[in-house]
Design a protein. Sequence first.
Lengths: 333, 254
Amino acid sequence: MTRRWRDLGLAGVGLVVLLLVPLLGAPPAIRDFIMFAMAYGLLAMSLNLLIGYTGLVSFGHAMFFASGAYAFGLAMQSGKFSIPAAFALAIVFTAVLALVIGAICVRLNEIYFAFLTLAFQMLIYNIILGWVSFTGGDQGLMGGIPRPKFLGIDLADRTQLYVFCSVLFIVCIAIMRQIVTSPFGYTLRLIRDNQERAAFLGIDVARAKLVCFVISACVAAVGGILLSLFVSGAYPNFGFWTTSGEAIFMILLGGSSVFLGPLVGTVILRLLTDVTIAYTSHTELVLGIVILVLVLGLRKGPLDVLAERLETRRQAVAQKVRDAADTEARKRP
Amino acid sequence: MSRLKLEGLAKSFGGVAATRDVSLDFADGSFSAIIGPNGAGKTTLFNLITGRFPPDTGRILLGGEDIAGLDRRAIVRRGIGRAFQVASLFPSLTVEEALAAAVQAHQRRETAKLQSFPLASSRARAAEIMEMLKLTSVAGIVSRNLSHGDQKLLDIGLALALDPKVLLLDEPTAGMGPEERWQMIETVQALWRAVHMTLIFIEHDMDIVFKVAETVRVLSYGAVLAEGTPDEIRRNPAVIEAYLGKAAGAGTAP
């Protein structure tokens, strides 16, 4: 069985597990938790395409999360689009936005890239806040997002909404998985590890980074659309720097070297937040301590540590096999 | 027939002339060494040929086409591969992954269909390169865990993945012990014989240079001091003086 079929099989299993939740009569709070995790999980995993696979730390990724939510919400409020058309419009709008911003940012490295993305995010955020007549300003999109039926699907129904979001979520995960295990995914790893050398291999580093930037923005936009459908609105904080910071925190909590690490981080962060809120108003203090422990203690995400240990063990076994083969070869006359 | 020809190449950084009016001709399929004291401009010359910096003046003719001033990618595509003084690798990738990714970058298939990595063709080519460089036994080892010698070989392998017409090796034996140096240079020689290409290497070990190189070019203060066969260079008074100084160098081979 090829890796692709194995991954598609695992995606299918993931979808079945998600669909079992409503079928088994899970309480609405669990479903709501999963929907939040799916939306923010897409934000974190798409950001990890940049951070973990390409070595580009973006501080402004949430601008695409917001652009997806606002473009979709505004298209639906106009009454001129069906849900699939508004969805497509939001993705195309985000892709064009990412193409323009990315074309400027990807030529810069490290801290300059990070701060330029942050600057663009603050620009988008201030446009959302300032253009009150269009975006609703700090109140967000007023009046909710209409959800007319399409193809027999009624997203006003919470179960159908959950199923719809689950399918979209799994499709996005499968697409990202295919990207990171494809030749293009390995081109991104070459750039992450040593972009100077990658250029000496004839790779168009800027173009590859830009393609990755646009793809990750589009996936983040899907996350924003899911959240806007779930909360029936879009709010400026979707595109605020703290949302980008949360996404980075999710990656830190899970791990950037493992494909599903950011998703695990998303679940951990939401659990941490929900649990601490139940007991104390000092949620940020608890989260800050967790960050300190991770950064000063592990210096990477828990899944990164696990993956590293497994890799070390694998390499040690391989070394033993080589040593045994060498010894055997020396014994031969 | 000339494969690579440099004409009046010059490059300055600030007020310092790193390369001064360098004109050299490398025949197709030749095996040449570039030597010179530290700071002679050897690595700068490689940087100019590979497009890391554009020359201030002069021409770089690859098979008759002037490639001076083209960007690195365009130069690589025209058939110039390079290995570095300090091995420039992809630390988190295994030997096989790095080579297969380099091969498919060369095949321009990195953004083609989203097939699973590695493509069968790139995997086969990576296996050939590993066989040639005796890296097959470490195929699954991540590059950062390789021995120094294997790292230098992988660096050469990455350049080979581009099927270069001209291969530039910047001190392939740097940092190695005497025995390992000879093993490395024998591997490089075998490679040159197996793959018909023009090979130019920078080297400080004169025993190696005089034993294996067909022709030797000597740089000093950014300019060409001498060129010729190893025997001619060995007896050249200007070379002796550049290496050993005027008084001490009289009558002594470098």
